[in-house]
Design a protein. Structure first.
Length: 185
């Protein structure tokens, strides 16, 4: 914080102080007049005697050009450092985004559940209300809607279609008859 006040003070001195005539000695700068009382106290200048303040003011007058150059160099260095930090942060963010994109691309897409499939029903004899259908793939389905269909042949091939409402329809392939069902397991 003191560095900021001193840098500000150097700039103020550089632009407000005019060189004295060559024959007269350099007058001291009134430091109290250049800043607020809070700034004056924050920099610890209130602890200096009047003679010390005058000496400091004369020193500023004698060294203002060097002080201005020093303050400019310090401001430029701080700006360059801030820019370097911003560039490094942007590069790190870009690298993280690239890494995340590569990781996402490397992951295989999960298999989408099929909206239709076929299977064989074990011991198929039709349906009669709340019939359970045990499939050869291990799944178990239940009749969801009332209805009756009796079947007395050996053909047990069925197909399952998912409708646009998310429900399932099971169709007996040989007869073409269908019923709404829900998966139990």
């Amino acid at each position: 914080m003191k560095t900021l006040y001193l840098s500000s003070l150097f700039f103020i001195l550089a632009f407000t102080a005019s060189p004295a005539p060559a024959q007269a000695p350099d007058p001291a700068i009134d430091l109290r007049g250049l800043m607020s009382e809070e700034q004056f106290q924050a920099m610890g200048l209130d602890r200096l005697s009047d003679e010390q303040l005058q000496a400091l003011g004369r020193w500023f007058m004698d060294n203002r050009d060097e002080a201005v150059e020093s303050a400019r160099a310090q401001a430029a260095a701080e700006a360059e450092a801030a820019a370097a930090v911003a560039v490094a942060a942007a590069q790190a963010e870009a690298a993280a985004a690239t890494e995340a994109a590569q990781a996402a691309a490397a992951k295989p897409e999960p298999e989408k559940a099929s909206d239709e499939f076929s299977a064989r029903v074990q011991g198929f004899v039709g349906w009669n209300g709340k019939t359970l259908f045990k499939l050869d793939n291990g799944q178990v389905w239940r009749q969801r809607m009332p209805g009756t269909f009796n079947y007395y042949d050996d053909e047990n091939q069925v197909t399952f279609d998912k409708n646009m409402m998310g429900g399932w329809k099971m169709e007996h392939v040989a007869s073409g008859r269908s019923v709404l069902v829900e998966q139990v397991r």
